[in-house]
Design a protein around this ligand. Structure first.
Ligand SMILES: Cc1ncc(COP(=O)(O)O)c(C=O)c1O
Length: 437
């Protein structure tokens, strides 16, 4: 047995002193605290794979547009609750240019990040029909969305899609939908944490069932156009970002500025609601909100109650980024393709040393390289693996915390630097030697 890069006793004592009972269930914050404390004590730099935040500079196009708006005095006025008209127009163009679908500017509403968009959407969807009081997650997923439901007291159900790809998805979804209590279905595509991407057959299944059971699909496009297997960079030309919007009118799309434009700090995104759903009247919403349609309840009631709109100058940034992307002047994917390149290198290091990719395929095709991927090690639970890797100065979160039933960890590519790859390689070689299968 070779010495581990970090003293095991130090790691174990730190975990104990932070009161973490079960490493399998440790949150990002807890994992980060252990890593920070052990790093300080040991002097060994951690390779931090738990973060889910962008590691690149913010889009210059956005920063320039925002500064200009601020200089022109935009900060002193309240933003329109429906959004800055130019942003609504450019969002509608962006959706056409990169998703290939038509959504009117009226139905594209700025939000303080997709987080706020989903919060307002959960409120709206769960109030449409008293019989439909439950949200369904196609997991694994983004844990904070479940916390949002916990905060507002709305029920949810969830299943791990691992064993239900392709045709199997239909029966699984129908099992939930046929009970009549599901108001909305949520998933991200590409998926945080597994980076699986639903293909068109799967999206057709989801869309058709959404129409059949009158359920709203909340399609979270936080990692917009980051399926790097496809050439999604050319505006107004296929291939486009995959979407359920081609197969149903019951949809809301959440487009975030955070990852595609590295604009997380300004809390900006747009929620694009299908023209039909935006203008649809639900008896329950009408009775509670002066006869307003779905889209206007979402904006003039939920968003207004939450934050009275979205930061004015950030809307100018987003409008500028959308416009430049649509005009073909700004290839936003070029800036973020580094995540895919890093994933490729990291996957090789892990798989060269006995690890396997947990969510490895989109049906017959290997998953794309991107912002996240998942790894497992034979014979270890996620908790054991995460704990063990701490001895090697590598921190990551367990898949269990994301609604997955698989043993393994989520690896985020956003913070690793090229100079750390050699170190990782060396440490994983020792790990493999010490954990022979
Ligand atoms: C799947 C998913 N949805 C939403 C978000 C949050 O997006 P925003 O920063 O726009 O609120 C994230 C951020 O990590 C995410 O992974």
């Amino acid at each position: 047995m070779k010495n581990t890069p970090i003293d095991k006793v130090l790691v174990d004592n730190t975990i104990r002193s932070l009161g973490i009972q079960d490493f399998e269930k440790a949150t990002i914050r807890e994992v980060k605290s252990v890593a920070a404390s052990v790093e300080k004590e040991s002097g060994v730099e951690f390779i931090k794979l738990e973060m889910g935040i962008p590691g690149l500079p913010a889009s210059e196009v956005g920063v320039k547009a925002q500064i200009e708006a601020l200089k022109n005095g935009i900060a002193h006025t309240y933003p329109d609750i429906q959004g800055y008209p130019e942003l609504k127009k450019q969002a509608s163009r962006f959706v056409k240019a990169f998703i290939g679908i038509d959504i009117m500017p009226e139905c594209c509403v700025p939000v303080c990040g997709s987080m706020q968009g989903t919060f307002a959407a959960f409120l709206t969807c769960s109030q449409c029909d008293p019989k439909k009081d439950t949200v369904l997650f196609i997991d694994p997923g983004f844990p904070v969305q479940k916390m949002q439901l916990q905060v507002m007291g709305v029920k949810y159900e969830t299943f791990d899609v691992y064993d239900f790809r392709g045709d199997k998805l239909a029966q699984k979804l129908e099992g939930y939908l046929s009970k009549g209590n599901i108001c909305a279905i949520v998933y991200s595509n590409p998926n945080n944490p597994s980076w699986i991407c639903f293909n068109d057959d799967e999206l057709r299944i989801i869309g058709q069932l959404a129409t059949k059971y009158d359920t709203i699909i909340m399609e979270d496009l936080a990692y917009f156009a980051m399926d790097f297997r496809k050439q999604l960079s050319v505006p107004f030309e296929p291939p486009y970002q995959a979407t359920v919007a081609r197969y149903t009118d019951n949809y809301m799309l959440f487009i975030s500025g955070s990852k595609a434009f590295s604009y997380a700090g300004e809390r900006i995104g747009v929620t694009c609601i299908s023209n039909k759903l935006f203008h649809r009247h639900y008896d329950n919403l009408g009775a509670r909100y002066e006869g307003l349609s779905f889209g206007y309840v979402f904006s003039t009631r939920m968003l207004y109650a939450l934050s009275s709109g979205t930061s004015h100058s950030a809307q100018y940034a987003m409008a500028g980024m959308f416009k430049a992307a649509c005009d073909g002047e700004y290839d936003f994917r070029k800036d973020i393709s580094i995540y895919g390149e890093r994933a490729h290198k990291l996957k090789k290091i892990f798989t060269d040393h006995g690890f396997y990719i947990v969510y490895d395929k989109d049906l017959s095709e290997p998953i794309a390289d991107g912002f996240y991927f998942t790894v497992g090690y034979p014979g270890m639970t996620g908790g054991q693996l995460a704990h063990e890797l701490m001895y090697y100065g590598v921190s990551a979160i367990c898949l269990v915390t994301t609604g997955s039933c698989q043993n393994g960890l989520r690896v985020c590519t956003s913070f690793i630097e090229d100079r750390q790859l050699k170190d990782l390689e060396r440490r994983m070689a020792i790990f493999e030697e010490n954990n022979a299968v």
